[in-house]
Ligand binder design. Sequence first.
Ligand SMILES: Cc1cc2nc3c(=O)[nH]c(=O)nc-3n(C[C@H](O)[C@H](O)[C@H](O)COP(=O)(O)OP(=O)(O)OC[C@H]3O[C@@H](n4cnc5c(N)ncnc54)[C@H](O)[C@@H]3O)c2cc1C
Length: 441
Amino acid sequence: MTLTGSRGAESTGADIIVVGAGLAGLTAARTLQRAGKTVRVLESSQHLGGRVWSKQVDSYTLDVGFIGMFTAYPAARRQFDYDALDLVRLKPSAVLRQEGGRAELVGDPLRDPAALPGDLSAAALTVKDRVVAAKLAAELLARPAHELLNGPDQTTRAYLLEQGFSERSLERFFTPFFGGLVLDRQLETSAGLFRYYFRMLLTGDVSIPRAGMSELPRQLAQELDVTLGVTVTDIHSGPDGVSVQTEAGDTLHAAQVIVATDPNTAARLVGEQPGAPRPIARGSLGSTYLHYAAPEPLERQRRLQLGALPTGQLNQVFWLQEEFPNRVPVGHGLLIVSVWGVPEVDDATLSAQVLDELRPWYGGGVEQLRLLSVDRIPHTQFPQPAGYAATLPGHTTPLPNVFLASEANSLSGIQGALEGGEKAAAAILGDLEVLSRPRGA
Ligand SMILES: Cc1cc2nc3c(=O)[nH]c(=O)nc-3n(C[C@H](O)[C@H](O)[C@H](O)COP(=O)(O)OP(=O)(O)OC[C@H]3O[C@@H](n4cnc5c(N)ncnc54)[C@H](O)[C@@H]3O)c2cc1C
């Protein structure tokens, strides 16, 4: 990989310029380069990976926000060498934190038998809920994942009630479990997406590369020409190709350009007009992540913990410890806490609120937690309400020879970004087989 951080020249010598070095842009660039094209990637920030990156604070490596990646994502299986990523797999179960910090273990009893006794006593699910869940799991496993994602849609809330789940399970289990994933506490998100993610969890694991999430973009970017610190401000398309203007005042030319920024920036760069029937602009759902160092972990389980209180601020909580020796000093613990939304309070106030919520979980142990970082991420994902899929844009844009590689082409997440990159490259290469692959496959 060539990584440069300087001003670009007048002409790039590249066939294709890719704007944005997130997972979508890197996937598109690698696919095209492997097909023999000369590709140059321009990235505004000083790091690879866009929303998937890790930073160093003291002797800790923090994933800026991330908890993990689903190993069952079909596009991740195609794009990543899992062995080289050295994935640490989380247990296929989770701890729901109810009133007073009470922990209820729920999970897949076949794949995490240790969770079974806890699971059977978890009050978030009634006996009927468990029967309905087992039946639903069997049904979802019988069909290919992408079929579950596509087709007629309704809200997840309506779908779950229709299946026969109790209101209590919606509030105390499905909201923290699925709502937490898609940043939607009302469960208004597409039921297709719920079915898809549920199946991902039934057939794979949530995993984290041992060295941190930035291993994902690093693997994609090997051998690519990526220039960091270049912000593209304008794109013009004409009979001689496409020109790209940068904030530093350079103009770069290429035959084709792929825009692989977040959807809202992409819409602006390609000059999308308000009211477009299949808009690239998708809006934003934000989240906030706090990292704490601890002299020793206050919890020793490789399970995700979910804040189940409807009025609580905590979404997902996870401890990183000895499985991540390069990220956490020996014997110490690194606590990742995600908070719903982007609260408008200063860091100290937010951290005090988080510690107050953690106190019933860990008692006086919270006094040992030292705040390392607060990251507010206004665009974590875009909203995906029932029926959203019918409005998704394709890979062409209002500008000739300018293509879109984005999660906005499919679904908001790693699968969507990788798929967006694969198909934008396929659109340029005329690869009809990849282009006709169903969304989510
Ligand atoms: C905190 C957090 C948690 C998440 N959790 C999960 C999860 O558990 N599972 C999951 O599947 N997904 C998750 N996601 C979503 C997932 O990270 C994204 O869907 C995916 O990474 C999007 O990749 P992308 O390449 O499409 O966009 P981005 O990652 O946004 O990349 C776009 C790139 O374009 C660059 N750029 C923007 N404007 C310009 C410009 N004008 N000029 C040049 N470069 C520009 C940006 O700097 C960025 O590097 C999470 C996201 C966040 C933030």
